[in-house]
Design a protein. Structure first.
Length: 376
């Protein structure tokens, strides 16, 4: 059996096995967790797979079916959820005439499988210090990896991030810009990938410091500017849509107050969220993990490209004054699993313990999620 085929089989096996763990978590949550949900009481759906359609999933389905709604009334509206993922659901629903929830679940899992395949190739090609097999296991069995199998856009976001970095490292600037543009249509956090790449390009291709005065390559500078404009075009398209249809280009920001988020810079409000219950602890740990690794990446040449992305990924949401959703950021910050695999491969016992602990946590958190615990 050729190596390439063996690698594909490994990735597919890891994907299927980890999704079985998620399904088992759903079973445990439905059959054995009888205590009331954390925020509201709800009856479990008849179909087990519908138990994965929770929280933000309902907003994405509503957008796919009914489109966007917004009024400047301080209430929650679905304009805060970016359009690419629900648009893909809508297109397939209109074409096949099936349930948007089923389409969302299939899309999320398909995107995740493609992301794992790309992660293996990316790790193997650009991080020879890491173990691509272990990186796949750490991503597939991530404790919060059930989001990849819900109607959330994390799978699509992860796939686009990996593709954007792959194309950027391969010097395919137009293709990388196209991927970044789609990221800007997926989540606001898609914009946070851009600055690190832009600075890397600026200091490696545009500016040259071999003389006392830096020499500027005007051709490369023009390429960088055009690349940046193309990269943000998806986001600009979305804010233009909001301006023309709702009269507020920043409607997606205005509704965040109703979701307990405030203007950027409201760090002081975090103090009101420092209750050391389970929910806040897992959010604190998630945010701290990304920040600590992003700091470490500053001192590692092969990982420096990801550092600014990691800082922005956490600090900008934190600056809105809430820890909510921090659990969802580490699962798309793929350099964590690549770096983790480079460390754990040296200590087999710790590697095995980590994989088993992650697998068990995946079941537990999936069970809590189907019981309507808000985990991000």
């Amino acid at each position: 059996m050729k190596k390439g085929f063996r690698d594909i089989c490994f990735v597919v096996t890891a994907f299927i096995t980890s999704r079985i763990f998620v399904a088992f978590g759903v079973f445990v949550g439905r059959k054995f967790l009888f205590f009331a949900p954390a925020f509201h009481n709800s009856n479990l759906e008849a179909a087990w797979w519908k138990s994965l359609v929770r929280w933000d999933a309902c907003h994405y389905i509503n957008i796919a079916v009914n489109g966007y709604n917004y009024l400047p009334d301080g209430k929650t509206h679905n304009i805060g959820f970016f359009p690419l993922y629900p648009l893909l659901i809508k297109v397939i629903v209109n074409f096949l005439g099936v349930s948007p929830a089923i389409v969302g679940l299939v899309l999320s899992n398909a995107f995740f499988l493609m992301a794992l395949l790309l992660l293996y190739r990316y790790t193997e090609k650009y991080h020879p210090d890491a173990d691509p097999h272990l990186a796949i296991l750490l991503m597939a069995f991530h404790p919060f990896g059930f989001f990849y199998s819900s109607v959330y856009n994390e799978s699509l976001f992860l796939l686009l991030c990996l593709f954007a970095f792959s194309m950027f490292k391969a010097e395919k600037m137009i293709t990388s810009a196209a991927a970044l543009s789609l990221l800007g249509l997926t989540r606001l956090a898609g914009l946070f990938v851009l600055p690190g790449m832009g600075l890397s390009r600026l200091f490696t291709r545009v500016l040259h410091f071999d003389k006392r005065k830096p020499d500027v390559d005007s051709g490369e500078l023009l390429t960088l500017i055009l690349w940046g404009l193309f990269s943000v075009s998806g986001f600009l398209l979305y804010v233009s849509y909001q301006h023309f249809f709702f009269g507020h280009w920043d409607a997606f920001i205005r509704v965040q107050a109703a979701f307990a988020r405030h203007p950027v810079g409201s760090f002081s409000l975090l103090l009101s969220e420092m209750d050391l219950d389970t929910y806040h602890i897992i959010n604190i740990v998630s945010a701290a993990a990304v920040l600590v690794l992003s700091t470490a990446f500053l001192f590692l040449k092969n990982y420096r490209l990801y550092s600014l992305w990691g800082f922005l990924l956490v600090l900008v949401p934190l600056s809105t004054g809430t820890l909510a959703g921090m659990t969802r950021y580490p699962i798309v910050f793929f350099p964590m699993v690549i770096f983790g695999s480079s460390l754990l491969k040296k200590v087999p016992l710790l590697r095995d313990i980590t994989i088993m602990a992650c697998s068990a946590a995946l079941i537990v958190f999936a069970a809590l999620f189907v019981r309507s615990y808000f985990l991000g």
